[in-house]
Design a binder for this molecule. Structure first.
Ligand SMILES: *Cc1c(COP(=O)(O)O)cnc(C)c1O
Length: 402
């Protein structure tokens, strides 16, 4: 890839997505479930660029949404309502009302109080709503604590026993139709055995529900498949799929999975440019670049590691230890710490790898910085899929000041 040309054409910092790679990831996961009915619902929060959503929609993907905004974005690119799932611990009454009216595949309920509110809303609208319940199987996914979601101490879902009682309630309700069962135990899992373990626990619950004549069609295993940022092992997709299929032995259910990071993480890069270099008072070298924590917060938020490469340097012999930092007024504003980079000049380009998931979608305008542009590479051609923000964008929602 000619990064110099892309930087000239679109400016930096710049998100670059390889759509061909993302398509391949989708197809490879879909193919693992070929023997069964399955629906791959892309987790929109990982990267909600509309062109990306459209591309996945055209491949047949469904969408896992965690706000009504994401539901609307999926519909906006042409997704069928019956391929949209809506999850989240804190859906407001207005959001629930909108979701019921839109007639999506299922509302994924995360607490008894939410269930009652969904029922009340459905009754007011005189509609029967398809629901699933998010079960928290209390399994340690062995990932970063901020992205672990399937332990009883986490805020997500309900315990097995509560879930059963909720399904029994739904069965009697005129307005709630038990349609799916769901779990999502965490993100960036390199070892998928906790997912398989969870699948077995939840499958046992399905058996109990079947005995109570509650017939659930969709078995939703959530997302969480890890990717390689540095030296992590990527889970084996065959083992992942086979583990789930064997947990479902004897059950005629459609498998739903909700990959986010797996599909897009390594399909994206953040291109950034060196502004200055300086030596700190303790002798530490700082590479100051034009990308910052407002563009990519993962290093600051999760101590996440992103490889950084120097695409255009011919002499890569002299390596120096340095921190790659942004212009934001926070000591936590860094893209990498204590990494070795070849000797750089001001104006050189750096590529931050594996930035396709939870990169742009977690970006902000902190320090009144306009958010970056995004481009897609498809069939060897680049195109702009989101314009860089301007000063006018930053202030457009503010009203008269006194
Ligand atoms: C975040 C999330 C996902 C996607 O997680 P990844 O680790 O990116 O695959 C899937 N399902 C739910 C409910 C989520 O909250």
């Amino acid at each position: 890839m000619d990064y110099t040309q892309l930087a000239q054409k679109y400016g930096t910092p710049l998100y670059i997505y390889d759509f061909d790679y993302i398509k391949n990831r989708y197809e490879s996961l879909k193919n693992e479930f070929i023997a069964r009915k399955s629906l791959i619902c892309y987790a929109v929060k990982a990267n909600s660029n509309l062109s990306l959503l459209k591309m996945l929609c055209d491949l047949g993907a469904g969408f896992d949404c965690v706000s009504i905004g994401e539901v609307k974005a999926a519909l906006f690119v042409g997704a069928k309502p019956y391929k949209i799932i809506y999850s989240g611990v804190g859906k407001s009454e207005l959001e629930i009302k909108a979701a019921v009216n839109l007639g999506i595949l299922m509302i994924n309920i995360e607490s008894p109080s939410e269930m009652l509110l969904v029922e009340k809303t459905a009754k007011e609208l005189n509609k029967k709503v398809n629901i699933s319940i998010r079960v928290n199987p209390n399994i340690d996914p062995k990932t970063h604590p901020y992205i672990s979601t399937g332990l009883s101490e986490n805020k997500f879902g309900v315990g097995i026993k509560d879930a059963k009682n909720m399904y029994l309630y739904c069965k009697k309700s005129e307005f709630l139709e038990p349609c799916g069962i769901h779990f999502h135990i965490g993100s960036q899992l390199s070892d998928i055995s906790p997912i398989i373990e969870a699948a077995n626990i939840v499958s046992d619950l399905v058996s109990e529900l079947q005995a109570a004549e509650i017939d659930i069609k969709f078995f939703d295993v959530g997302g969480g498949i890890g990717i390689r940022y540095k030296d992590e092992n990527e889970p084996n997709l065959y083992e992942y799929a086979q583990g789930i299929l064997s947990a479902l032995k004897g059950k005629d259910m459609t498998i739903v999975c909700e990959p986010g990071r797996f599909l897009v993480g390594n399909g994206g890069e953040l291109l950034t440019k060196v502004i200055y270099q300086k030596i700190g008072q303790n002798g530490k070298k700082f590479i100051i670049v034009d990308g910052a924590m407002n563009d990519l917060i993962r290093p600051s938020l999760y101590q996440a590691h992103h490889e950084i490469i120097t695409p255009n340097l011919s002499d890569k012999s002299k390596f120096e230890l340095c921190d790659v930092v942004g212009p934001i007024c926070e000591s936590g504003d860094f893209l990498a710490k204590d990494i070795k980079l070849p000797e750089l000049k001001d104006g050189d380009l750096l590529v931050v790898k594996s930035a396709g998931a939870y990169g742009f979608s977690m970006s902000s305008n902190y320090n009144s910085r306009p958010r970056a542009a995004e481009i897609a590479i498809e069939n060897g051609k680049d195109r702009l899929i989101r314009q860089r923000e301007s000063f006018e964008d930053l202030i457009k929602n503010q009203r008269e000041f006194v």
